[in-house]
Design a protein around this ligand. Structure first.
Ligand SMILES: CC(=O)SCCNC(=O)CCNC(=O)[C@H](O)C(C)(C)COP(=O)(O)OP(=O)(O)OC[C@H]1O[C@@H](n2cnc3c(N)ncnc32)[C@H](O)[C@@H]1OP(=O)(O)O
Ligand SMILES: N[C@@H](CCO)C(=O)O
Length: 390
């Protein structure tokens, strides 16, 4: 089966639409051999590109997204209209710039923004996969991206860049396809999920599965998804993306103003009295508008299974021995989801393997989500690292 692409082909001059990212969807024949033992075929991938691949194919940068991210890294989300999620780093005049780089960002398999996942159609039944979709790993996501790069004619990457789960993909890229990656940037991330990381995800998964509307994952036809469970999952997870100091500064113990009572009066009930409660409810509710509950189960599972050392005989340094890839590792001092100690472990392994590595811990009040927010130091570090290539 030949690959089919739903929009125009590559290699054309940068037009207005491309400056803002060109959304594409490709169906690759596969099969993709999965770590869990199965085969995925075909492999659907939703992706965006910005800029043009240069004549010697040396300017391609792959950007990998986080758990609930998508391919719309620097262009407005087609449904919500919100700006791309990394416009601080990616765009004209930014460290990753379509005027200089050919930028690719693809939705991971398992997700729900155009790539194969539980909500897409299983060709053998002509119905959504739902929970019959195979369990996938971070390395499976990376292998699917490698198939996409083959399809796009991109042999070697100037760099692979990602934050959070995107950082896990980036480092997995460098370990799985070292010859295809000249530089790797891992931000606010880790080489393995800790017991605490797994524990938080299990709370979220159980919230979804405990929602009667989940129906063992077979809710697509009902048009009535397990929104309450997914919202609670997001609320619990969102707390881990923030810092204690950031929450205190933003909300403290302040009460939520409401039309039916003067500011400052407690309800002595279970309404969202505190601003922080109201905020979390808003985060939970707005999330269910843009994300699929089954995808949340599959991607959190992929994160929990992630242990790069385990993929390389139990020793993290083995993942990088003999590599020519340069690494840039960035952590944030208030990130308690993937704390600096996790980044240091990666740097130690890179040093033990003799790999070229730079590491910086940045100061930010924003916790884990600092990588998505105003972080001029992060931009300077990544810009310097990407320009330093000899
Ligand atoms: C690679 C990726 O990760 S892509 C996915 C990233 N994006 C997301 O995850 C979306 C969810 N949001 C987040 O993760 C984070 O909020 C960030 C990092 C993206 C944005 O952070 P900030 O700019 O600081 O926004 P903040 O966290 O304050 O949230 C603002 C929202 O909360 C709402 N809000 C703020 N205070 C309150 C309150 N007291 N009650 C109710 N809602 C409130 C705002 O109205 C705003 O709503 P909107 O987003 O619908 O416009
Ligand atoms: N806020 C980001 C961080 C998770 O790592 C997301 O939802 O994907």
């Amino acid at each position: 089966m030949a690959a089919s692409v739903s929009t125009q082909s590559l290699g054309q001059p940068l037009g207005d639409d491309q400056r803002f990212g060109l959304s594409r969807h490709v169906v690759l024949p596969g099969p993709l051999r999965l770590d869990g033992g199965g085969l995925l075929s075909p492999v659907e991938i939703g992706y965006e590109t910005y800029g043009t691949l240069n004549a010697d194919g040396s300017n391609a940068i792959l950007i990998c997204h986080a758990l609930t991210g998508d391919q719309h890294v620097a262009s407005p989300h087609p449904r919500t209209g919100k700006p791309g999620w990394w416009t601080r780093l990616v765009g004209e005049g930014k460290p990753i710039d379509p005027a200089r780089h050919f930028i690719i960002c693809s939705n991971v398999i398992g997700s729900c923004m155009g790539s194969s996942g539980p909500a897409t159609i299983d060709p053998s039944t002509a119905e959504p996969w739902a929970m019959r979709f195979p369990v996938i790993t971070i390395r499976d996501m990376v292998r699917a991206q490698a198939m996409l790069l083959d399809h796009l004619g991109v042999g070697q990457l100037k760099a692979v860049v990602g934050g959070s789960m995107g950082g896990m993909q980036a480092i997995n890229w460098a370990a799985t396809f070292p010859e295809r990656v000249r530089a790797c940037v891992m931000v606010a991330s880790t080489a393995r999920h800790s017991a605490q990381n797994i524990a938080f995800h299990e709370v979220g998964r159980q919230a979804i599965m405990a929602d009667p509307k989940w129906r063992s994952g077979a809710y697509y036809e009902s048009n009535d998804p397990p929104a309450a469970g997914l919202a609670v999952a997001r609320m619990a997870a969102h707390i881990t993306y923030l810092s204690e100091a950031g929450l205190t500064e933003k909300f403290g113990r302040r009460l939520q103003a409401r039309p039916d009572r003067p500011d400052g009066a407690k309800s002595f009930g279970f309404d969202a009295d505190f601003q922080v409660e109201s905020y979390l409810r808003h985060q939970g509710l707005s999330f269910v508008d843009r994300f699929d509950a089954n995808s949340y189960l599959y991607i959190t599972r992929a994160l929990d299974y992630f242990d790069l050392a385990e993929e390389h005989g139990g020793l993290l340094a083995n993942a990088f021995r003999g590599t020519a890839t340069r690494f840039c590792i960035v952590s944030f001092d208030t990130d308690w989801l993937y704390p600096t100690s996790e980044s240091r472990s990666v740097v130690q392994a890179l040093n033990a393997a003799g790999a070229a590595a730079s590491f910086v811990e940045l100061s930010s009040p924003y916790g884990h989500d600092a990588f998505l927010l105003e972080a001029p130091e992060m931009n300077r570090v990544i810009d310097g690292f990407l320009r330093a290539e000899s």
